[in-house]
Design a binder for this molecule. Structure first.
Ligand code: SF4
Length: 449
C-alpha cells in the first residue's frame, strides 16, 4: 500500500485524534493528481443549466469537450444549453490572438440561435495570451442588444471554488435588470439546485403546495428573464452553499434579500428546509401546509425505506463530494438506512464544514480534503467500504476495487432530492451494494504492508 504524501497529511483527519487541526481551502498539491476540477469547470457547472443562453467556451476544443453537456440538466423549455460551443483556439490563434475569432463566433451564434444572453468562458490559454474577452463581449452586447457576459474562469486562476465565484459574479450582473412587477410577498429564489434529473421541479412543486411563489431557479431549469427579476423575491433559499453563497451574499448587500442555507437530500433535511422557509414568512397557513405536506410525503415513503434499511443495516460507506454541504445530508441519509459513514471528504469544504462533519460522524471516521485517487483507494480498502458515493471521477475507483457505487453528481439520471428522492437513493444504494455482480468481481483487499 502506497504511503500518503507528507505534504497531504494535514488535510486528513481521523475522528478521535486530538487536536482537530485539519487544513483546507488551499491550492491542490502539485503532483498529487487531485480529484478537484479547474476554475473553468467550476464556472461551467454553475451556469450550464441556464437553458435559453448560448454558452461559448473560448479556448482549445479540449476544454469544451471536458465539460460537454456536463450536468445533463433538464429543461422544461429550450435546450440551447446542451449544445457546447467553442472557439476552438489553435496554434495560429495563440500566436496572433483569438479576439477576432471570438467576435465572429458570438455574432454567428447569436444570429443563428437568438438566445436571451450569452456566456463566454475564458480558459487557461486565454489567460496566457491575454485576449480582452470583456471588450469583445461589450462590443457584441451593444451590437446585438442582449447581455453578453465574460466569465473570467481561466483554469489556473485558483480552485474550482474560484470558478463558482466567477459564475456568481456573472449572474450578479444579470440580477436587478428586470421588472419585479407582480411578485408576491411570500416569494423566494431557489439557488443551487441544477435540475440534473428533475429535482428543481420537485422542489418547486413543494413550494407551490405550501403557497410560496418561486421567482427564479438559479440555475436549474434557469431562464435569463427570471434571473433578471430575481431581486424581487423576499428570500434566497440556497442549496449548494459552496457554489451559490457568493451570489446570495451579493444580493443581500445590494437588495437586502436575506438568505438561508438548506439541503433537499434526505428526509430530515428536506423537511427542515421546508419548515425553515415557512418559519421565515411567519404565516400560519404556510406553516400548516408545510406540515401537511411533510406528513403526507413521509407516510408515503417510510414503508419502502424500512425494507431497504433491513437489508443495508450495518453496511459501511465512503462519501466524496464537490461541496461539503451535500456530504452532511448524505451522512444523515445513510444513517436513515442503517449505514455507517467511515470516510467522508470534499473538494471545496472549509474549516467550519469539516468541524460539522466531525461532529456528525462516528469515532474513527476519516475526513479528507481535496483528496486524490491513491488516498481514496487506500481508505476504501482500509475501512472495508461496501459503498462509495461520489461523482464521475470516483466511479472507476469503486468498481476497480469491487465496491458498490452511487453517483450523486453530474452523471445521475435519477432524482435524489426530496422525499421521493430519498426512496430513489435507497433503491440505488440497495441495488449497488446487494448486486450479485460482486460474487463475480470480488472485493480487492488491502495488501499486507
Ligand atoms: S481551462 Fe485549463 S485546466 Fe481547465 S480544462 Fe481548460 S486547459 Fe484544462
Amino acid at each position: 500500500m502506497l504511503p500518503i504524501l507528507e505534504a497531504r497529511k494535514p488535510q486528513i483527519y481521523q475522528k478521535g485524534a486530538e487536536p482537530f487541526a485539519m487544513v483546507c481551502q488551499r491550492p491542490s498539491l502539485a503532483g498529487s493528481v487531485s480529484q478537484r476540477a479547474c476554475v473553468f469547470c467550476g464556472s461551467r457547472v454553475v451556469l450550464y443549466p441556464i437553458a435559453d443562453a448560448v454558452h461559448l467556451v473560448h479556448g482549445p476544443i479540449g476544454c469544451a469537450a471536458y465539460t460537454w453537456d456536463i450536468r445533463g440538466s433538464l429543461s422544461s423549455g429550450p435546450e440551447l444549453h446542451r449544445l457546447s460551443f467553442s472557439t476552438d483556439l489553435e496554434e495560429r490563434d495563440v500566436i496572433y490572438g483569438g479576439e477576432q475569432k471570438l467576435y465572429r463566433a458570438l455574432i454567428e451564434l447569436i444570429d443563428q440561435y437568438h438566445p436571451n444572453a450569452a456566456f463566454v468562458y475564458s480558459t487557461c490559454i486565454v489567460g496566457i495570451i491575454g485576449d480582452d474577452v470583456a471588450a469583445v463581449c461589450r462590443r457584441v452586447e451593444t451590437e446585438r442588444g442582449i447581455p453578453v457576459l465574460a466569465i473570467q474562469s481561466e483554469g489556473f486562476r485558483g480552485t474550482k471554488k474560484d470558478g463558482y465565484r466567477a459564475a456568481c459574479d456573472g449572474l450578479a450582473k444579470l440580477v436587478g435588470t428586470g421588472s419585479t412587477e407582480g411578485i408576491g410577498a411570500a416569494s423566494i429564489n431557489i439557488l443551487g439546485d441544477f435540475n440534473l434529473a428533475g429535482e428543481t421541479w420537485m422542489i418547486r412543486d413543494y413550494y407551490r403546495r405550501m403557497g410560496v411563489e418561486v421567482v427564479a431557479t438559479i440555475t436549474g431549469d434557469g431562464r435569463i428573464e427570471a434571473i433578471r427579476r430575481a431581486h424581487g423575491a423576499r428570500l434566497n433559499v440556497v442549496q449548494c452553499a459552496g457554489s451559490m453563497t457568493h451570489l446570495a451574499q451579493t444580493m443581500q448587500e445590494r437588495y437586502g434579500i436575506p438568505f438561508i442555507r438548506v439541503s433537499y437530500f434526505g428526509i430530515e433535511d428536506t423537511a427542515k428546509a421546508l419548515y425553515d422557509v415557512a418559519d421565515f414568512f411567519g404565516d400560519a397557513e404556510i406553516r400548516r401546509r408545510s406540515q401537511e405536506l411533510v406528513r403526507q410525503e413521509v407516510d408515503a415513503v417510510m414503508p419502502e425505506l424500512r425494507r431497504y434499511r433491513q437489508a443495508l443495516e450495518g453496511r459501511r460507506a465512503a462519501v466524496y463530494t464537490g461541496g461539503a454541504f451535500k456530504a452532511f445530508s448524505l451522512v444523515r441519509s445513510l444513517r436513515t438506512l442503517g449505514m455507517k459513514t467511515v470516510m467522508v471528504g470534499s473538494q471545496t469544504g472549509n474549516r467550519e464544514d469539516y468541524e460539522l462533519l466531525r461532529e456528525l460522524c462516528d469515532e474513527g471516521t476519516i475526513l479528507v480534503d481535496d483528496t486524490n485517487p491513491l488516498e481514496l483507494s487506500r481508505f476504501v480498502q482500509e475501512k472495508e467500504v461496501d459503498l462509495f458515493i461520489g461523482g464521475v471521477k470516483e466511479r472507476p475507483i469503486a468498481y476497480k476495487l469491487g465496491v458498490g457505487f452511487c453517483d450523486h453528481n453530474h452523471e445521475r439520471k435519477v432524482a435524489l432530492a426530496g422525499f421521493q428522492g430519498m426512496v430513489n437513493f435507497a433503491r440505488e444504494v440497495y441495488g449497488s451494494v446487494m448486486s450479485p455482480v460482486w460474487k463475480l468481481v470480488p472485493r480487492r483487499r488491502r495488501a499486507a504492508s
